[in-house]
Design a protein around this ligand. Sequence first.
Ligand code: XUL
Ligand code: CO
Length: 440
Amino acid sequence: MKEIFANIPAVKYEGADSKNKFAFKFYDADKVILGKKMSEHLPFAMAWWHNLCANGADMFGRGTADKSFGKKPGTMEHAKAKVDAGFEFMQKLGIKYFCWHDVDLVPEADDIKETNARLDEISDYILEKMNKTGIKCLWGTANMFGNPRYMNGAGSTNSADVFAFAAAQVKKALDITVKLGGRGYVFWGGREGYETLLNTDVKFEQENIARLMKMAVKYGRSIGFKGDFFIEPKPKEPMKHQYDFDAATAIGFLKAHGLEKDFKMNIEANHATLAGHTFEHELRISAINGMLGSVDANQGDYLLGWDTDEFPCDVYTATYAMLEILKAGGLTGGLNFDAKNRRPSYTYEDMFHAFILGMDTWALGLINAAKLIEDGTLDKFKENKYSTFKTTEIGKKILSDKTSLEELAAYAEKLGAPELPSGGSQEYLQHVINNVLFGK
Ligand code: XUL
Ligand code: CO
């Protein structure tokens, strides 16, 4: 088969001294770090929508990138050319996974039966490629935000017929996820929210979203889906208020509706910052609830403040994120580059540079996080910070739930004023981090 990215070689690790712009400087797939290969710590995935579909069009201008791959957009020939391009791209970069929405894979027809037939055809073709290359599906999802029928939401719609359409799309997307052996299935509720309470019954809408999710779990398990369902929290954009605001909100929702055993979080870096959190905060909240599943690896821009979906280059953030992921014992999902090239970076070469940047950034994050764990200062500091609960009689009583407000009040009265151990030392720890990262 004729190569699509014909002038671009397979990208290999050459080390930081290499001047080859199509080489990894830090991502060395087989290098073992903390007992596991880099490629196992970092299950990178390609997002079908950004990489193979999006052409740089924005609200003010047409696309700049040609993603036709030699075929007429809107046809099944084009859908297949995207598969060819995607697998060549992933193979050249050593990417092991991909993620998709139903409508990324095929052009949506007016009739859902026809769309589903197209999905059957394309998934046969994808499966062939997967078997030949060993590349796997990380997760699938249904796009329940693009079509005008979802203007008032999918699970949260005011129309029972639209709800049925959403259910039909989820059913088919689950069928294809299972067919492709996907590790996960994602719900991102872009239209599951509202603009004004004047016209919105929040309780009704949230209960209906839970109904759709429960049906998805029941159906998914009935067809042999063993992976995780994921909620991908995002506070806003496209809606003003989105119900899955952040990890804490989504986890509360799942627990309120008895869905917490089947669901985990898919945390996207740019969504975290839109919610006013750091990426690592969202990872930590998910992890301490046993719900850290997968990651959409991108970054936003603090000066812009919307979902810019940039390829990650911020090594500190990648370091703190990897620290959370390593401490949580890894991901059940992977690291999906839900990121797009900037509009003027429209060439095939730019597509590769974006992934090389992202993969090297996360490799540095992993290398750094491992150094911090091996150094141990952060862990020791935290252990010491809370030590009065382990070393004093009253602390031990509190931790073992063997005391009461009355007893503690009497204790406090006798004490006068508590001694205050330093709980901060933030600047010292930041200095240690710089030292570990940049010292010898
Ligand atoms: C939107 C977003 C989605 C989800 C999948 O901000 O991140 O692409 O990842 O629907
Ligand atoms: Co995403």
